[in-house]
Design a protein around this ligand. Structure first.
Ligand SMILES: NC(=O)c1ccc[n+]([C@@H]2O[C@H](COP(=O)([O-])OP(=O)(O)OC[C@H]3O[C@@H](n4cnc5c(N)ncnc54)[C@H](OP(=O)(O)O)[C@@H]3O)[C@@H](O)[C@H]2O)c1
Ligand SMILES: *[C@@H]1O[C@H](CO)[C@@H](O)[C@H](O)[C@H]1NC(C)=O
Ligand SMILES: *[C@@H]1O[C@H](CO)[C@@H](O)[C@H](O)[C@H]1NC(C)=O
Ligand SMILES: CC(=O)N[C@H]1CO[C@H](CO)[C@@H](O)[C@@H]1O
Length: 348
């Protein structure tokens, strides 16, 4: 009986609260956007920024964006040579000093070493960008090696937690920022991406929870990108057999007729927002309403997800509208990732 009474009471009172609160909060946000946001800007010159997953894709573009703003960089990923190439460009376009630290971020010892190396070289951390991630895009029942999929959680969730843990005292001291690359998939459940979606939902949920613990000491910006060009959207993912490889066909099924954005643009918007201490960044911005639909009408998302992705209609639609040419940037239309390079990854 108590449950019945409480349930009615809470449904009614929370709905009325939202009806009053939402218009008010929209108004406050609008005023903030117009009058305060333009003046809130952090000067990054001389700051120290650690970026994981900086050897390609979004992380690489974030590195260039921070470099342009005069920040010192610490670049982290497993491929050393790729990091060195990024470092050379970053130095060229404005970073005063760049440190390359090859590491597997899903290993706590290596994450610890990354932060220790940063501190012994620079003595401080201002922004920590937890961006490293791997993709998977197959149906649950197609998987032939289930144990390999713990890797998605190890990299996408734990790999976004370990470096933050070891950097906490330094971030607190600098009143710094954590920027974490989650995904729209964390908010909108999508068929074929169960593990990826769950890992990203975990990251979002984790950082939303510690946000309250940190208060004003450490600001947290959660990036929830939709599809943007990178090795991931070139089709590099953990395949159903448990190996990492490039599978363009599976990419076409998964991305389907959805336009793929430019990583540079995302990087620019992300760093801008982080410097203003904003809590969430969703880009391309046409993804934003999907979160609301997933929250208010989950059955619609479920239906679309089944029709589009389980039955491969997404690929058929993509082909029918001749879409790749218009919807995908040239860089991902014909992937040029060397498979040896990818194989070497799955060994490490
Ligand atoms: N592209 C999109 O459409 C999209 C959309 C939403 C979210 N995201 C997220 O954006 C982030 C960046 O991905 P991306 O799209 O730029 O793909 P990407 O080009 O494949 O980049 C992934 C990066 O993570 C690094 N990485 C992977 N495993 C690692 C490990 N164990 N330790 C250290 N580094 C590791 C990779 O470097 P190494 O292989 O050299 O280690 C690479 O630099 C990911 O978290 C991804 O989930 C991407
Ligand atoms: C499954 O994947 C795990 C982790 O990558 C690996 O250690 C194991 O050898 C794989 N098993 C098979 C049967 O391929
Ligand atoms: C759907 O696409 C996947 C990925 O390419 C493929 O393995 C599978 O056979 C396709 N299924 C159907 C029903 O066409
Ligand atoms: C936060 C969110 O909506 N994410 C979804 C991702 O997938 C998980 C598992 O299927 C769902 O529980 C979440 O709703």
């Amino acid at each position: 009986m108590l449950n019945g009474i409480l349930s009615v009471l809470l449904h009614v009172s929370i709905t009325s609260f939202l009806l009053v609160y939402l218009p008010l909060s929209l108004l406050v946000r609008l005023l903030w956007w117009v009058f305060i946001r333009p003046f809130k800007k952090e000067d990054l010159r001389g700051n120290v920024v650690v970026i994981t997953g900086a050897s390609s894709g979004i992380g690489e573009k974030l590195a260039y964006e921070y470099a342009k703003r005069g920040a010192n960089l610490v670049l982290v990923a497993r491929r050393e040579q790729a990091l060195k190439n990024v470092a050379a460009i970053a130095l060229d376009i404005g970073a005063p000093d760049v440190l390359v630290v090859p590491a597997d971020i899903s290993d706590p010892e290596e994450a610890k070493r990354v932060i220790e190396t940063t501190i012994s070289h620079f003595g401080q951390v201002n922004h920590l960008v937890c961006n490293a991630g791997i993709w998977s895009n197959c149906l649950f029942e197609e998987i032939t090696n289930i144990t390999a999929f713990t890797k998605v959680m190890d990299v996408n969730f734990w790999g976004a937690v370990y470096p933050a843990y070891y950097a906490l005292p330094y971030l607190k001291a600098s009143r710094g920022n954590i920027i974490v690359t989650s995904s729209v998939a964390g908010q909108v459940p999508t068929a074929r991406m169960s593990f990826y979606n769950a890992s990203k939902a975990a990251v979002t949920s984790f950082y939303d929870s510690v946000r309250a613990e940190f208060g004003k000491d450490i600001k947290i910006t959660i990036l929830t990108p939709g599809y943007v060009e990178s090795e991931l959207t070139k089709g590099k993912a953990l395949q159903k057999g448990g190996e990492v490889s490039v599978n363009e066909e599976a990419r076409d099924v998964q991305v389907g007729p959805v336009p793929v954005g430019q990583a540079e643009k995302l990087a620019e918007i992300a760093v801008d927002s982080a410097c203003r201490g904003e809590k969430y960044v969703t880009w391309p911005s046409f993804y934003r309403p999907f979160g609301i639909v997933a929250c208010l009408a989950p059955e619609v998302v479920n239906y679309i997800s089944r029709v589009m992705y389980v039955n491969n209609n997404s690929k058929w639609i993509l082909e029918a509208i001749g879409g790749k040419k218009y919807l995908y940037p040239a860089s991902i239309r014909a992937p040029n990732i060397k498979l040896e390079e990818v194989k070497e990854h799955s060994m490490s």
